[in-house]
Design a protein around this ligand. Sequence first.
Ligand SMILES: [Zn+2]
Ligand SMILES: [Zn+2]
Length: 305
Amino acid sequence: MKKILFIVLALAPVVWAFTAMSKRDMESSVGPTKNLPPHLQEAFAVDDFASLPEPGPSDWLSSHPERGQTYGQFLNSSPLKPGAQGRKFIYLQPLGNFPKEAPQMAVLQEFLAAYFYPMEVKLAKTLPVDESKIGNRVASFSGEKQWNATDLLNGLQRRVPRDAYVVMAVTMTDLYPSDEWNFVFGIARIKKRVGVFSFARYDVADQPQLALERAFKVISHETGHAFGIKHCIHFHCLMNGSNGLGETDRAPLHLCPACLRKIHWGLGFDPAERYRKIAGVLKAQKMNEQAEWFAARAGKTDPKK
Ligand SMILES: [Zn+2]
Ligand SMILES: [Zn+2]
């Protein structure tokens, strides 16, 4: 038995082959919508959304052959409802120092609040990091300081507020999860409601606009996981897995209809209202092309149209 299992595991990455999703696959990942009001049917329609493009050899799906998660599978996973047991806030927790060109916490807070509307996002007071209490090192390949993310999570986990649905910590210091790793962009313990992410590799000094977009993507992707959403394979979607900055940059900032329906299950928003709020935040940050996409969706899903 052991031998058979070994062979199956050993063959899995080789026999896995990418097949593009058909419209039918995409529709079945969203699930039946015909009993929903017209504006929700419109919000969850697949026509305006692209399927996931074939991953390149170094992209996420080539090294992590995942099966995705339909809306039905999401419901069967008994995701925790936001607000249940009084856990009604997303906390944004800055750790350590931020240079002035770093993404502004208030802007990240505003973006998260729009993305997960009507959930409220609280900006926690910046926590200093005492390097005598956590693992840290100077990375030989970069000469930069790194913090042990596992130690940071252990500390955060002990102080999760009672009303927190999730605590998302962000830092400008590079992270590593354990000694054998070079670095990690971020890690999360969803069941313990904590995650920590670093913007150290986002090129904030030279490309602040791109750094902000990356921060928006990563923080909303990770918060999506906290809502019980697994990686998306049916569409080109914010919830696609990513192996690095290149793949993150190619991914869209929006959720596909299946992932949108998952957060809608927990939050019950009017999709047009949510799209308008996100468009407003993006426009204020001069991310005009992105803002236009969300504004157009707001128009298309407006119940009064
Ligand atoms: Zn992920
Ligand atoms: Zn998706």
